[in-house]
Design a protein around this ligand. Structure first.
Ligand SMILES: [Zn+2]
Ligand SMILES: [Zn+2]
Length: 340
């Protein structure tokens, strides 16, 4: 099979690997769609020395495809099943694994990190990580559920978006755009913020009621105007920038809630006075628990939601160098690999 190898310093290549064989309890999934994520770019930017140390571990953690071989002991998942794959492996026994919070297992290993990921023709997955998808759901939607869509969904559940709520979304990359799509689907009025014109325009196309280019206008003022001077009750921070974080807190109304998912700046920007006086609820969130992935597949399919509109570039796996380069420019929506 073909798989991507990270060379470091903004270079990657495609290499031939032997087709993987599923072991006991594992299945092999023929990839149909998988995205390039901001966290793949952290690998892409490693220096050559670090990349050499990482070796030929295949990146990618947004796997979606069709099961094409099952190992011994696999009981529920069958060849031909369409699946999105929860991208953390845990010990399978501890309290966090039992609760489906595999990303909190002490022995967790991530696809594309410690184990081979999805930027390849095939992925080996544990049977329990395979979440079945209905025929009506696209493979792109399954890939979104595995990471950016799932991250946004678990955050919107924390915000508990209700019909008519204003939701400010800061950072309109793939995670923020997924937030726009989901907040709209839940009945929210969405105001999107970014500093890149291509991204604010895409958010508008995907249903944002208003957008702000933070390079041209003050997002705090625009959000206050949008909400009759009060500020927004709900906000989703996916930019990871210090300014985005400061502005999002300043744009909350009294009693407002914000979820932070954008990694990036390590600057401490939270003002305790503001937090206490306005009785704000500030939460962090990270990916999506495995149990909630089942719920999300159901939500997306029954509500007829799709993330397809957030995809701006589609590549075959042999064009990985070009795909990574274009996504790294930071002006795109989601960049994906697709198979037929
Ligand atoms: Zn991702
Ligand atoms: Zn565990």
């Amino acid at each position: 099979m073909k798989g991507v190898v990270i060379l470091g310093e903004s270079e990657c290549s495609v290499k031939d690997f032997p087709d993987p064989v599923p072991d006991v309890g594992e299945v092999r999934v023929k990839m149909m769609a998988t995205g390039i994520c901001g966290s793949d770019l952290h690998l892409y930017h490693m220096d050559k020395q670090q990349a050499k140390k990482r070796g030929e571990r295949i990146p990618g953690h947004e796997p979606c495809g069709i099961v094409d071989a099952v190992g011994n002991g696999v009981k529920k998942v069958k060849e031909g099943n369409r699946v999105t794959i929860g991208h953390w492996l845990g010990c399978g026994y501890c309290d966090q694994c039992a609760a489906g919070n595999i990303m909190w297992c002490e022995e967790r290993r991530g696809y594309g990190g410690a184990i081979d990921g999805s930027h390849a023709d095939y992925v080996i997955a544990n049977e329990r990580n395979c979440v079945l998808m209905p025929d009506s759901m696209s493979f792109i939607d399954g890939a979104f559920i595995a990471c950016p869509g799932g991250t946004a969904y678990s955050s919107m559940k924390k915000l508990d978006v209700r019909i008519g709520d204003t939701v400010a979304v800061f950072g309109l990359g793939p995670v923020g755009l997924s937030g726009v799509i989901l907040a709209k689907a839940m009945g929210g009025k969405v105001i999107g913020v970014d500093i890149i014109k291509e991204r604010t325009e895409l958010a508008k196309k995907l249903g944002a009621d208003a957008v702000v280019n933070a390079k041209e206008d003050d997002p705090v003022k625009v959000i206050r105007d949008f909400t009759g001077g009060k500020g927004t009750p709900l906000a989703f921070e996916a930019s990871g920038s210090a300014k985005g974080r400061t502005d999002i807190v300043s744009s909350l109304c009294r009693g407002g809630k914000a979820v932070f998912v954008g990694a990036g700046s390590s600057e401490n920007v939270i003002n305790p006075g503001q937090l206490i006086g306005s009785q704000l609820t500030l939460m962090g969130s990270f990916v999506i628990p495995l149990w909630m992935t089942w719920e999300m597949v159901d939500f997306i399919s029954t509500q007829d939601i799709t993330f397809e509109g957030a995809v701006t570039h589609r590549f075959s796996i042999d064009k990985a160098s070009e795909a990574y380069r274009i996504f790294d420019e930071g002006k795109t929506g989601k960049v994906v690999f697709e198979w037929s």
